[in-house]
Design a protein around this ligand. Structure first.
Ligand SMILES: Nc1ncnc2c1ncn2[C@@H]1O[C@H](COP(=O)(O)OP(=O)(O)OP(=O)(O)O)[C@@H](O)[C@H]1O
Ligand SMILES: [Mg+2]
Length: 297
């Protein structure tokens, strides 16, 4: 039997306090249970069809990185073991096992801590227009997908419609305060560098990534997901060629397919056909296997 997607958790005893684009979130008082479903979003809309196992892969990948980054910065993880979850969740392994994290509830910063090591996406656009990214000046003559001299912190905020807006590091400091902006961006760059160096040994270029941080009392905590294909651009190193966009490990099939339909990006998406689901799933599985050396999810 091919694996079936879990697009939504649903139990009789308790309802999630929130459903994000990908995660269902249960409020447990001082903790949260964050469940990565198999939902997939593209162009800020969630497709009605899920990608089987995607949530498990994202969760297992984040756990892999959280462990590797333990000595860089504290993180929100309490446990990802079903047997450590409270009732009623531990009674529903089919819905929660392998894809959920019991985490410390944090006071989240309203800033996305983006780190870029290469020039892509909105960074490439701004560079083309102004020679800067988030107002940070960069050398002349860089190409699309060029490696940057050093990784840079290029924060963003969320507009009310959920769209990301790039801001300068100075604006981020204004929003969250100098101290936390400095601490979080330094931690973000450290984690990025370690992830980049590790990924390079596995034949993957970690182009850029987004982190979320929060506070517990007076401590900075790395939260959310870390270095997954949903929060980062991963490129296969053996195909890397600056001067254009790079093939990516994640949602490219979904985006490309949507572009072939008459979807207006402003209404619910048409359901992904089986073939696109299967190929996209293959990409997530491949990224996970390649990074972790074939661990099961
Ligand atoms: N430790 C934590 N404490 C509080 N909130 C957290 C924590 N870790 C992650 N979150 C929040 O949980 C949500 C995760 O859900 P998901 O990733 O599906 O949402 P999203 O669609 O990316 O984001 P959004 O809520 O911004 O639309 C995010 O809003 C994230 O900021
Ligand atoms: Mg998210």
């Amino acid at each position: 039997m091919p694996p079936v997607a879990l697009c939504e958790t649903n139990i009789t005893e308790v309802k999630p306090v929130a459903r994000g684009k990908v995660r269902d979130i249960y409020d447990l008082g001082d903790n949260l249970l964050i469940v990565a479903t198999d939902r997939i979003s593209a162009f800020d809309w969630v497709n009605p069809v899920g990608i089987p196992d995607k949530g498990k892969i994202l969760t297992q990948m984040s756990l892999f990185w959280f462990d590797m980054m333990r000595d860089v910065v504290k993180n929100h993880l309490v446990s990802a073991k079903l047997t450590d979850f409270p009732e009623p969740f531990r009674s529903y392994p089919d819905q929660f096992e392998g894809r959920s994290m019991l985490v410390r509830k944090c006071e989240m910063f309203p800033v996305e801590f983006v780190v870029r090591g290469y020039l892509a996406g909105s960074g490439w656009k701004e560079y083309g227009a102004k020679g800067t990214v988030c107002e940070i000046p960069l050398p002349n003559g860089l190409l699309e997908s060029s490696v940057l001299p050093e990784p840079i912190y290029t924060p963003a905020t969320k507009a009310t419609d959920g769209h990301d807006i790039n801001i300068s590091p100075a604006e981020a400091a204004h929003i969250i305060g100098e101290r936390w902006n400095t601490e979080a961006s330094s931690a973000a760059i450290e984690v990025y560098k370690r992830g980049r160096d590790y990924a390079a040994t596995r034949g993957i270029i970690l182009c850029d990534t987004k982190f979320e941080f929060g506070l517990r009392g007076n401590s900075l905590i790395l939260t959310d997901e870390v270095l997954t294909p949903d929060s980062s651009r991963f490129w296969p190193a053996d195909q890397y060629k600056p001067g254009s966009g790079q093939p990516s490990y994640d949602k490219q099939f979904v985006r490309d397919w949507l572009e072939t339909t008459s979807w207006d990006k402003n209404s619910p998406q048409p359901p992904l056909p089986d073939e696109i689901v299967e190929r996209t799933r293959g990409k997530y599985v491949e990224a996970y296997r390649q990074l972790t050396g074939g661990k099961e999810f």
